[in-house]
Ligand binder design. Structure first.
Ligand code: GLU
Ligand code: MG
Length: 442
């Protein structure tokens, strides 16, 4: 690697599609600067590529048309530590027209615009972090205990190398955990502005997969690698910062410690959550995970430090006089890695902004088991069951005209076409095979 002429290793100009697959084109590091303004070519119909690499039948895009992938030079993720012979080096890119206009199906642009609208209307910025769970398929690993010391140690030097690689790439890994599930792990990283948080999610998944692959292992972020196993969630954390740096989601004296604006934001999310799941839990196996008593998310539910809630107010510590406001955040738990992280976060922000515009009050906080309540009691608490299948979620999306109104018609046509294709493809497949198929892809 060190003998290669300087600047001749490859940099990927990448974009994330609606199945959460990272795709792109490569230039040498020496040419990157030259391509930074006009980017590299891209093809409209690529956005209708399904996760199994065929353009789906129901697509508004045909053989004609061209686009550009424009690298965001502030969003380059590089590490030399994945175990591959050349560095992992990617620049997150926006899809534009040949004239440089934003393209209606560019998810990175959707997130940037959602954040800009939020900031224009509230004066606040959105901070976020994506927390990931994944499974390692590594045949030579001995069995180990949940959260066990040896569960992590048996992977070495994988765990240490992974954290170092993420550190080198600027992803700020905070904790690595051997999780509850068999061969399941978790990575949590530090907060950043919303766009950076989503960029980091893309880079983190790719670096983790590449590193596992270099060892002959397989890392999978799929929502379920087996129907009865423990689910892999992606928990999307959010909070708001005021222009003076103050913690704007926090109010020590309010219910749930949610400021008025954060309460309204959460209310907006819950109001639209059934439709949001089509964007945040967007695959057939996503719904094997979103079940009651799985510590994932099954109801429209705001909870304080409750892992069954779909919106969980996260704990803060005051040890050593630490300021809780600076740590305070809420996590959206009804998401998994089949979701495009830009699209998922954009939809969460847009839903929250609807709540702020409507001046919605902070939703009731709940802890307990919604299934032990009567339907009337649940209704009073705003607890509604989330969709239980992908078709049900797609129906909820199409019925929610507010959510549909956030997007261009060609986006909705593209997205629904992809998802309906997936539903049809797997209609006769048993859940075990569905999980195994997705475990190979995500
Ligand atoms: N594995 C759970 C999920 O599917 C999350 C468990 C936890 O709270 O860490 O989201
Ligand atoms: Mg976890």
């Amino acid at each position: 690697m060190n003998e290669r002429p300087k600047g001749q290793s490859l940099v990927g100009l990448v974009t994330t599609d609606f199945s959460s697959i990272t795709r792109g084109r490569f230039v040498t590091a020496a040419r990157l600067e030259k391509t930074s303004q006009t980017g590299v070519g891209w093809v409209n119909a690529n956005i209708s590529l399904g996760p199994f690499n065929a353009i789906v039948g129901e697509s508004p895009w045909g053989s004609s048309g061209d686009l550009r992938l424009i690298p965001d030079m502030a969003a380059r993720y590089t590490t030399h530590l994945t175990g591959r012979a050349t560095p992992f080096d990617v620049v997150m890119s926006d899809i534009t027209t040949l004239e440089g206009e934003a393209w209606s199906c560019c998810s990175r642009t959707m997130l940037r615009e959602a954040v800009a609208d939020f900031t224009r209307e509230t004066g606040l910025t959105v901070t976020g972090a994506f927390e990931h769970e994944f499974h390692l398929d590594a045949p030579d690993l001995p069995p180990a205990h949940s959260f066990g010391l040896s569960a992590l140690r048996r992977t070495e030097p994988f765990a240490t190398n992974l954290v170092q690689a993420l550190e080198e790439a600027g992803i700020e890994p905070e904790v690595i955990i051997a999780e509850y599930g068999e061969d399941q792990f978790e990575l949590a990283n530090g907060p950043a502005d919303a766009l950076t948080a989503a960029d980091r999610a893309v880079a983190l998944r790719e670096i983790t997969r590449e590193m596992a692959e270099a060892l002959g292992w397989k890392a999978s972020f799929a929502p379920k690698v087996s129907p009865d196993g423990v689910g892999n969630g992606v928990h999307i954390h959010f909070s708001f910062t005021a222009p003076d740096g103050g913690a704007a989601a926090y109010d020590a004296d309010a219910p749930g410690r949610l400021s008025k604006v954060a309460g309204a934001f959460c209310a907006g999310i819950l109001r639209h959550m059934r439709a949001l799941t089509a964007l945040t839990a967007p695959s057939v196996p996503s719904y094997y995970r979103l079940q009651p008593h799985h510590w994932s998310a099954a109801w429209t539910w705001l909870g304080d430090k409750d892992r069954e809630a779909s919106l969980r107010i996260c704990p803060t510590v005051t040890i050593g006089g630490k300021d809780p406001g600076r740590q305070f955040n809420v996590e959206y738990r009804a998401a998994d890695a089949c979701a495009n992280p830009y699209l998922a976060f954009a939809a969460i922000i847009r839903a929250g902004l609807e709540g702020i515009r409507a001046g919605l009050p902070t939703p009731p906080l709940f802890t307990g088991d919604p299934e032990l309540l009567t339907p009337r009691e649940r209704e009073a608490l705003g607890l509604y069951r989330l969709p239980q299948t992908l078709p049900e979620a797609l129906e909820a999306l199409e019925e929610d005209k507010t959510v549909c109104g956030w997007f261009a018609p060609e986006f909705l046509a593209t997205y629904l076409g992809l998802k309906r294709d997936e539903v049809a493809k797997f209609a006769a497949t048993d859940p075990k095979e569905i999980c195994e198929t997705w475990a190979r892809v995500i």
